[in-house]
Design a protein. Structure first.
Length: 356
């Protein structure tokens, strides 16, 4: 019997807006000028949040913090494509997504300061708590997507992770279950090319990460992760596909981590300064600003006002976070189980009542 090809695949790279601020109008998603301005404002606000968080950490007012600098477009644009009914399962580097979805900024600062009340998501936002353990949120997202499918609801579930997470078993298990069951889930990988100090070339032999979706039976696409229009278009199409019963999609946002992995890291020890500088020239905020200037959508004064408003918003958020009353130590017990155990009740009364 002669050999024959039983399966083959091709993967697209989507870019709509280049580094000079020029857009391919044939690929532009449907966005009004007001939408574009709002996305720009969210990018600037996310950058302002990030810069202040880094400063607060250095002052000892926050704990270890994971910067999002350079990755704002992948988070803001995908969040902007969501509906309020969609559910989100984030990793620890999605501050831009939280801000774009309307999460109270002061609560984000509370969380990074070690106050878990910052993760008590407002009831009108469908965002699950941050997962610190790499990729553990992926199976959670697929489970929620299966529940949505079982209930026949037109809802999409979206989960974020980094390229380092694709090396975990959670990634493969989640993809396999999602593919087999055509779960309404969108996987968004922010490929920032470094898993702490491990470069992408040491993480996978695949030419792209997007192609990994093929082996699990659903579409994958690689997009310019610093291009808000490409991310918005890919995310919007994937989310609609999920809601309409078309199953999962994997979006690889090809971007770069400008800052250190976290404030506990020193990236200068393992990557070249020239590499970082090259990616700084691809900054997603600068790219969208150039587009808006060329289209006459805003002038220097408009951009300055946006930046001043963002700083004022951040100032107020920091003040509110640091003025919050201290948490009740009893909360350590109160939220461990649905009901307090006899031993917990004794412990809450004090050392003399702790028992065995």
């Amino acid at each position: 019997m002669p050999e024959r090809i039983v399966a083959s695949c091709e993967f697209k790279f989507l870019q709509v807006l280049d580094e000079a601020g020029n857009a391919d109008q044939s690929l532009m998603p449907t966005l009004s000028d007001d939408d574009i301005k709002k996305i720009y404002e969210l990018l600037v606000l996310s950058r302002a949040f990030d810069e202040r968080a880094l400063a607060l950490q250095r002052e000892g007012r926050l704990g270890t913090y994971a910067s999002i600098r350079g990755q704002e477009a992948a988070q803001v644009a995908s969040a902007y494509a969501m509906k309020s009914s969609d559910w989100v399962f984030p990793s620890f580097r999605e501050s831009g997504m939280h801000i774009a979805r309307g999460y109270p900024i002061h609560m984000l600062y509370q969380f990074w300061a070690g106050d878990e009340r910052g993760q008590a998501c407002p009831p009108d936002l469908n965002i699950f708590p941050v997962c610190i353990s790499v990729s553990t949120q992926l199976p959670h997202a697929v489970g929620a997507a299966l529940a949505v499918k079982y209930k026949k609801e037109k809802i999409a579930v979206i989960t974020f992770f980094g390229e380092g997470g694709t090396s975990k078993g959670d990634f493969n298990e989640a993809f396999n279950i999602a593919g087999v069951n055509r779960a309404p889930v969108v996987f968004i990988c922010q490929n920032n090319q470094w898993a702490i100090s491990v470069p992408l070339s040491k993480q996978t032999a695949s030419r792209t990460l997007a192609q990994k979706a093929f082996s699990y039976g659903f579409p994958g696409i690689q997009v310019d992760g610093n291009d808000v229009f490409a991310v918005y278009r890919a995310a919007g199409e994937a989310l609609e596909r999920a809601r309409s019963g078309g199953g999962p999609t994997f979006i690889e946002c090809f971007t770069y981590r400008i800052s250190d992995h976290t404030t506990a890291d020193d990236a200068s020890r393992y990557r070249k300064k020239e590499e970082v500088e090259e990616w700084e020239r691809r900054d997603p905020i600068l790219r969208l600003r150039l587009y808006m200037e060329k289209k006459g959508m805003a002038v220097e004064e408009d951009f300055r006002n946006i930046e001043e408003k963002a700083r004022e918003t951040i100032d107020n958020a920091v003040k509110k976070a640091e003025e919050a009353p201290p948490p009740d130590p009893a909360d350590i017990f109160t939220y461990t189980y649905h009901e307090l155990t006899p031993r917990q009740i004794k412990q809450m009364k004090g050392p003399g009542h702790a028992g065995a």
